[in-house]
Design a protein around this ligand. Structure first.
Ligand SMILES: O=C(O)CCC(=O)C(=O)O
Ligand SMILES: [Fe+2]
Length: 213
């Protein structure tokens, strides 16, 4: 085994190994400080600039074939990120994400061939009701990834927690995750129902999906 890994230039990465272990055992993983304070700050600036340029649009539900905007389900605004036109901040983002994808593909044979990421901004008072990230007519999304870009010192009273609804031996358990800056949450798109609780202050993130085919 070691011999094989040496042949393909493989260096074991403890952080990635923990991500894989967590996803295999609990279908989700929380990674603290996946991005440095500096990275988060640059990415947040990029989000804010693009938002000020009015580039964001109201997020829809459903995919491109049948998308509708329903504010009683989700109230965030989003902007898809084009890796081919990535600015400096987005290059930092994709550099780290691509390293992770390469590792997953080498070690887990997940067959991740595509990815899609968007900035998301939840204005005060918005939320995203309980849902699952795959569409009825499209099951290519395998892993959901959320990266939080909020300022330091996010308070519980700000709301905006991500709640994962987990199945523990047939019993539903809520896993509450605060959107602390630098934090990355990864979960199985086809399995984990989740929601974003109403926010009392603006909440910023990048959300995306690793996809097959
Ligand atoms: O921002 C989050 O914590 C989750 C967002 C989400 O569930 C989605 O965009 O599908
Ligand atoms: Fe979601």
């Amino acid at each position: 085994m070691n011999q094989l890994f040496e042949d393909i230039d493989f260096v074991e990465n403890p952080q990635y190994e923990r991500i894989i272990e967590n996803i295999l055992t609990q279908q989700y993983c929380i990674v603290e400080d996946f991005f440095t304070v500096e990275d988060v700050s640059i990415l947040r600036q990029s989000l804010i600039e693009k938002h000020e340029e009015d580039a964001f649009k109201k997020a829809a539900i459903g995919n491109r074939v049948n998308e509708v905007i329903v504010k009683s389900i989700r109230g965030d605004v989003i902007l898809w990120i084009d890796e081919l036109k990535a600015n400096e901040a987005e290059m930092i983002f994709f550099n780290k994400i691509n390293n992770l994808i390469n590792y997953l593909n080498k070690t887990c044979f997940l067959g991740i061939l595509h990815k899609e990421f968007h900035y998301a901004l939840y204005p005060e008072g918005t939320f995203y009701k309980r849902h699952i990230d795959t569409f009825q007519n499209d099951d290519r999304r395998k892993l959901s990834i959320v990266c939080y870009l909020n300022e330091d010192g996010w308070l519980p009273e700000n709301g905006g927690e991500l709640v994962l609804y987990l199945d523990e031996n047939g019993k539903e358990v809520e896993k509450v995750i605060y959107p602390f800056p630098g934090r990355l949450v990864i979960f199985e798109s086809q399995i984990i129902e989740h929601e974003v609780k109403p926010v009392n202050v603006e909440r910023m993130s990048i959300t995306g999906w690793l996809k097959t085919r």
